[in-house]
Design a protein around this ligand. Structure first.
Ligand SMILES: [Zn+2]
Length: 415
């Protein structure tokens, strides 16, 4: 049943994204960070749209805006959906926002028809996911589940404003940030709509994607120690050049990650200690970031990469050591909900493509409380995101609304 005016819905969603992007911390570009005046204005606008769509609206202790569209019987368990309304600095105006505006459009459609579902729908506009102001991650979804880290209260932003002061200034009580957590027993499931933030759907000419898992990842800091020496006097055969060894290691990361689908590996930072043009590098450190939607795949790749590092180091007579400073396991999306989402996408008239998410999303946190799934919308402009060039089409946004409307109606709680 796709009675929604798909084109009209897509047009409205994009117009609202444009309107919301005007609430920016900077007049020069789109940046909206936690609890700034622009952020609070965006929250008020989202709350108004939720009310207009027939929802009861509340704000939680972290500033997230939660709209509830009641089910057939009052107090029914909620199918929760949402995403974030903060942004990175100089970001794209659809990242996060589509996951708020698409479900609001779907609820508005239900409301117009006077249609109620067996479950309530709750749309959550998470106040902070990117964490650009206080260098946090998933602040709002964690707070929603009562998992706030109180050590953050003393943290300061770039202007020196303390976290708890920023809260008070915005009319929030720092002591109550996670005081009324969502009760997992009242959540039926969580579904998040998000722009893909990558080029896969665009490359294949597909508007929508059903996410299979959110990638897990590890980051290591690797140090290679060789022997520094005079660039003119030490013969090539007698060198233990730490940078030449590191270069081979960087290439090993790339070739292992390329050898298998579903795996990505990146060296994003490389530093030559006391580096200068006429000295053989004695010490080099670099980062290794490896991610996959499947933990076993990632773990095998990590083992191979570090075995390659050891072999390179042994052959070149340098030492290599590594310290892991970040590790997150993959979050699988519920197979049952993936199937339901796939049926909904097909019913909306779009081909079904399943793909993993390489980026983290609030759904990772929500998965600690309930079963989750995600719908990706094709990202235009070469798949660029976290950038002002990020785009989406009216047609794709409308299709997403049709698919999500279907999903809302087809959804049943797990037995
Ligand atoms: Zn996002």
């Amino acid at each position: 049943m796709i009675p929604t005016d798909i084109d009209g819905a897509g047009r409205d969603i994009l117009a609202r994204a444009q309107a919301l992007a005007r609430h920016s911390d900077s007049p020069d570009h789109y940046t909206r960070t936690w609890l700034t005046p622009a952020h609070r204005a965006a929250a008020a606008q989202i709350a108004a749209w939720m009310r207009e769509a027939g929802m009861d609206v509340r704000t939680d202790g972290a500033g997230s805006v939660i709209g509830r569209y009641e089910g057939e019987s009052p107090g029914a368990k909620a199918l929760v959906t949402g995403s974030h309304y903060d942004s990175v600095r100089n970001g794209g105006k659809y990242d996060g926002i589509l996951g708020i505006l698409v479900p609001i459009a779907c609820v508005a459609d239900l409301h117009r028809r006077g249609e109620r579902l067996p479950h309530a729908i709750e749309v959550v506009a998470f106040a902070d996911e990117e964490g650009a102001r206080f260098q946090t991650s998933f602040l709002a979804s964690r707070a929603l589940l009562g998992k706030f880290d109180a050590a953050l209260l003393g943290r300061r932003d770039a202007a020196g404003v303390r976290f708890d002061e920023a809260m008070r200034e915005a009319g929030l009580d720092p002591a109550a940030i996670a005081a009324n957590p969502a009760d997992p027993a009242r959540l039926a499931a969580y579904v998040e709509v998000h722009i893909e933030q990558g080029p896969v759907l665009l490359g294949e000419g597909l508007p929508l994607g059903v996410v299979t898992a959110i990638a897990g990842g590890t980051r290591h800091l690797v140090t290679v120690t060789g022997a520094a020496g005079h660039a003119g006097t030490v013969p090539m055969a007698m060198r233990h050049d730490a940078l030449a060894a590191a270069a081979e290691m960087v290439a090993a990361v790339e070739s292992r990650a390329k050898s298998q689908a579903g795996l990505v590996g990146t060296v994003g930072l490389l530093e030559v200690k006391d580096g200068t043009g006429n000295v053989i590098p004695g010490e080099v450190s670099f980062t290794v970031d490896i991610r996959s939607g499947e933990d076993a795949l990632r773990e095998a790749a990590e083992r191979d990469v570090f075995a390659a590092f050891d072999a390179i180091a042994a052959r070149r007579g340098v030492a290599v050591s590594a310290r892991r400073n970040h590790a997150v396991r993959a979050t699988p999306c519920s197979p049952r909900l993936q199937d339901l989402l796939a049926e909904s996408v097909a019913a909306a008239g779009a081909p079904v493509r399943r793909l993993p998410s390489g980026a983290g999303h609030d759904a990772m946190v929500m998965a600690e409380a309930t079963e989750v799934c995600m719908l990706f919308i094709r990202c235009g402009a070469g798949g660029v995101s976290h950038n002002p060039a990020e785009t989406v089409t009216e047609a794709d946004a409308g299709l997403a609304a049709a698919a999500v409307g279907e999903f809302f109606r087809r959804f049943r709680q797990a037995a």
